[in-house]
Structure formats: structure tokens, C-alpha cells
Design a protein around this ligand. Structure first.
Ligand code: KIV
Ligand code: ZN
Length: 510
């Protein structure tokens, strides 16, 4: 029976998804939930990449009590120093250094010879070991590297003191047969294979990342890297929730244990989906809304007679079923806080007070406030704290010939500064968004706009996701939650554009 460590990189590789940009509070909430879900290691960011990333990694390192906190670094001493500074407060710090080994990366990206790559690995792993007990080395693009050179690179890293070797399928090129054989080869040729931890990191370009990760596990990997909901660069990473449930349901085959608390899976997935703005497809394995729905009459009949006929995973296993009682307007602060805590949130006194105020406002408008509504209250609050702008007034006016006018007021960065303007558009949303552009003086492109109801029923709140793109190609995401669709739309766009404005200001002052 082997123990498989879970290494979550939602906050690093997951954040490389176009349009995904978590603020620091969002990152801390996700990290806390990942720790609750039971991951062993959290890759909190790439500290040298920006001040924001450095601060988030430091905050997560100082907050988590159990999980190892990891920071990414290139084979550059300054990267390793920076990761050390960000991680030194962690209960269990780890650095993850990487260098590409494939011919195409060496020739075109690094312009280095194989000998130079080996020297750099030896030097930087040794350097990292002088600062960290736990050093992970990744030969980037491993699956397109000649096997002999890959083996040499791995051996060099182990000889220099690497304690974890991660084998990335950087471009999602491999398949389960090949990837399994690659791990078997390493197990047979690296004498220290069982002394260090071998890890797998797959991308989903050909839709095989979960299968590839499982093939690696079958052939000796003792750590699996991935993200929640499979978010990440291009087609994304291995969906960790799928691996966790596969190892559990097919325990007979994989004979492996994990530290994952499976009934926290849905909650973890929902949190990441909301804060990233990446909707989970309905037919997604394990956590999709249809994963437990039976449409055909024959299937329904079978499930009613015995769920085992067509259901290998029960909704309760992954925390889908919730029969907790809804709260209402007579519920007091104590009941509210207790429920929020059982849902996994740890709020400061000030944040809890603000959330209770929002709950009361909602309870006045909605008879029953469900857990879904409570998640929305907290997540809306966390997301809004990432920007300095608050929508204080919105008024719409039909002009003529299909033209709409909007008047928008925004509370600015300094308290008691109200910014106000008006503009027109060919529809209400365009009029609102043009007005916000005028107020913030931003030039952004709206690349995604999505609206969904938080709960069923006509009194449901609207949840709007807006993503904007700025001149340098960066994307920013905002969430707006409100009873009124137009207010929710305005809040989402204001948040996304506010983040874009703050970012461009940070760049100017750097
Ligand atoms: O996909 C990849 O190669 C990576 C490395 C940094 C491990 O994310
Ligand atoms: Zn990756």
C-alpha cells in the first residue's frame, strides 16, 4: 500500500489560465480550503514573478498550519533567494526549481548545450539545498526529452541533493503507455528512486492528463501534481479531484492511500470555480452538475432499485449532497457565524460583521437563504476586497432608437470621494460599461461575460463574471453578485477594470 502525496498548483499553474487572476485574499481562502481538503503541498506562486505573487506566497506560508508551502523558481540564484524570503515563515517550506531539458527548448528558448544544462542543474540544486530541506527539481518538457539525457538530468539533480523529482509533461504530449514506461525506466535506472520522491505533473492538451498521472502512479510516482477543476495553462492540468476519487473508487486496483478528505471536494471545486471565473462543465467527471443525474428511464429505474446499478460515486462521497437547513431573516449572528464556520470559512471579526450585514440584507429580500447564497456572500465579499472601487449608484435611461444611457457613481480609493459620469451604449450593459471606462479612464476589452443564477427559483441572486483584457495582453476577472442583473453586471466589470487599473499603476511605479 503506498501513500500518494497531493501537490496542488491551482495558485501557480492554475493562475496561468488566461483570464484567471486571484487577489491575495482569494489566494489565502483557496489555500485554506486546499489544506482542509487534505493536500500535502500547495504551490502558492512564483515569488520572483511579481510583488503581488511574493506577498501572496508569504501570506500563505505564514497562515497554513499543516501543508507544505512551495514556491516556484527558475535555475537562477535570485529566484531561489526570493522564494526563500517568501517561504521562510512556513511550517514546512519547499522550493520547486525547473529547467527545460528537451532539444527544442535548449536550442530555441535557452540557447544552452546539454552540458551547460547539467551544470546549471547541479549548481542551482546545490544552492537551493543550502537554503531548503525540501528541494524539488523539474526537467521541463521531460516527455519530449531524449530518455538518456532526461535520466542524466534527473541523476544530476539527485546527486546535487534534490529530494523530489517531478516529471512534467509540459505540453500534454504523452500517453499513459509511454508515461508509465518512462517512470518504469527511471525506477530501473536511478538507484535512489525509492529514496527521493518521484512526482508527476501533466497537462491536458490531448485530454489524457488524469490517465497519464494514474499511469505514473502505477509505475512508482508517489506524488501527483495538478489543480482543482483542472484549470491551468492552455487546456489545463491534471484535475486533482478526479485523481483523488479514482484512487478511492479503484482502491482495489491502485492500492494507494491519500490524505484527501473527499467530502470537501465539491466545496473546494466550487470555491475555485467562483473565484477563478472558470465554470465547471456540467458533464465534468466527479464534480459536474450532471455527474449524479440519471436521464434515461432504464437508468432511473435501476438507480431507484439499487444505486449501484449506475452510480459508482455517491454524491455524498464528494460532498455534493447537502441537507443543511436554510437560514432566514430571524436567524441571529451566532447561527450565521456557526454555519459559515462549518462551511469552512475563517473570517476575522470585521469580515464576519460585514458578511452578517450582507446576510441580513439578503434575508430581507429572500425567504430562505441557502448555503449557496452564503458562499456567494463570502466570496463576493472576498472578491470585492481585491479592488478599491465600490458601486454606489446606478441609473439607466432609455434614450431613443435603441440607445440606452447610464449614470454611474463609484466610491473611489479615498473615502468620501465619489466619482460620477454618464455615457450611452447600444444596450444597457454597454452603456454601463462605457460609463465605468470613462470614470476609471481605462482602456480595456471585455473578453468574457457570463451570468448565472446562484440558486433555483425566481428570487435567486444573479452571479455575473466579467473578464477584461488590457493592452499588454493580461486578463483580469471580476465577480458581481446582486438581485439585480444590471447591478451585478456593473459590479463584475468594475471589479475587473479596477484590478486592471491598479495593476497598470503598479507597473508605472515599479
Ligand atoms: O508544465 C510544466 O512544465 C511546469 C513546470 C514549471 C513544472 O509547470
Ligand atoms: Zn505545468
Amino acid at each position: 500500500m503506498s501513500y500518494i502525496q497531493f501537490f496542488d498548483t491551482t495558485l501557480r499553474d492554475g493562475e496561468q489560465t488566461p483570464g484567471v487572476n486571484f487577489n491575495q485574499k482569494e489566494k489565502v481562502q483557496i489555500a485554506l480550503q486546499l489544506e482542509k481538503w487534505g493536500v500535502d503541498v500547495i504551490e502558492a506562486g512564483f515569488p520572483i514573478s511579481s510583488t503581488g505573487d511574493f506577498e501572496s506566497v508569504r501570506e500563505i506560508a505564514n497562515t497554513l498550519q499543516k501543508a507544505t508551502v512551495c514556491g516556484l523558481a527558475r535555475c537562477v540564484e535570485a529566484d531561489i533567494d526570493c522564494a526563500y524570503e517568501a517561504l521562510k515563515g512556513a511550517v514546512s517550506p519547499q522550493v520547486h526549481i525547473f529547467l527545460a531539458t528537451s532539444p527544442v527548448h535548449l536550442e530555441y528558448k535557452l540557447k544552452m548545450s546539454q552540458e551547460e544544462v547539467l551544470q546549471s542543474i547541479a549548481h542551482h540544486v546545490t544552492y537551493a539545498r543550502s537554503k531548503f530541506e525540501k528541494v524539488q527539481f523539474s526537467p521541463e518538457d521531460a516527455t519530449r526529452t531524449e530518455l538518456d539525457f532526461l535520466t542524466k538530468a534527473v541523476q544530476t539533480a539527485i546527486d546535487a541533493g534534490a529530494t523530489i523529482i517531478n516529471i512534467p509533461d509540459t505540453v500534454g504530449y504523452t500517453n499513459p503507455t509511454e508515461f508509465g514506461a518512462l517512470f518504469r525506466h527511471l525506477r530501473e535506472t536511478i538507484p535512489e528512486f525509492d529514496e527521493v520522491i518521484f512526482s508527476t505533473h501533466c497537462h491536458d492538451d490531448l485530454g489524457m492528463s488524469v490517465a497519464n498521472a494514474l499511469a505514473a502512479i502505477e509505475n512508482g510516482a508517489r506524488r501527483v501534481e495538478g489543480t482543482i477543476n483542472g484549470i491551468g495553462e492552455r487546456a489545463g492540468n491534471t484535475s486533482l479531484e478526479e485523481v483523488a476519487v479514482a484512487l478511492h473508487i479503484r482502491h482495489d486496483y491502485y492500492q494507494s492511500e491519500t490524505g484527501i478528505t473527499l467530502n470537501e471536494t465539491k466545496r473546494t471545486s466550487d470555491l475555485v470555480s467562483r473565484l477563478s471565473g472558470m465554470a465547471v462543465p456540467k458533464n465534468k467527471a466527479v464534480i459536474g452538475a450532471n455527474a449524479y443525474a440519471h436521464e434515461s428511464g432504464i437508468h432511473q429505474d435501476g438507480v431507484l432499485k439499487n444505486p449501484d446499478t449506475y452510480e459508482i460515486i455517491t454524491p455524498a462521497l464528494v460532498g455534493v449532497a447537502t441537507n443543511s437547513l436554510p437560514l432566514g431573516k430571524l436567524s441571529g449572528k451566532h447561527a450565521f457565524i456557526t454555519r459559515i464556520e462549518t462551511m469552512g470559512y475563517q473570517l476575522s471579526e470585521e469580515d464576519a460583521k460585514a458578511a452578517f450585514k450582507r446576510f441580513k440584507q439578503l434575508a430581507d429580500l429572500k425567504k430562505q437563504v441557502t448555503e449557496e447564497d452564503l458562499h456567494a456572500i463570502i466570496l463576493g465579499q472576498v472578491a470585492e476586497e481585491g479592488t478599491k472601487y465600490e458601486l454606489t449608484h446606478l441609473q439607466l435611461q432609455y434614450i431613443s432608437g435603441g440607445i440606452q444611457g447610464a449614470i454611474v457613481s463609484i466610491a473611489g480609493e479615498q473615502e468620501d470621494t465619489i466619482l460620477e459620469d454618464a455615457a450611452t451604449g447600444s444596450g444597457s450593459i454597454e452603456a454601463i460599461y462605457n460609463t465605468i471606462d470613462r470614470i476609471l479612464k481605462t482602456d480595456v476589452e471585455l473578453t468574457d461575460y457570463r451570468i448565472q443564477a446562484i440558486t433555483k427559483g425566481q428570487d435567486a441572486q444573479a452571479e455575473v463574471h466579467a473578464t477584461v483584457k488590457v493592452e499588454n495582453g493580461e486578463f483580469f476577472h471580476g465577480i458581481g453578485i446582486d438581485f439585480d442583473v444590471l447591478n451585478a453586471s456593473a459590479k463584475a466589470y468594475l471589479q475587473a477594470s479596477g484590478k486592471a487599473k491598479d495593476q497598470s499603476r503598479e507597473e508605472v511605479t515599479k
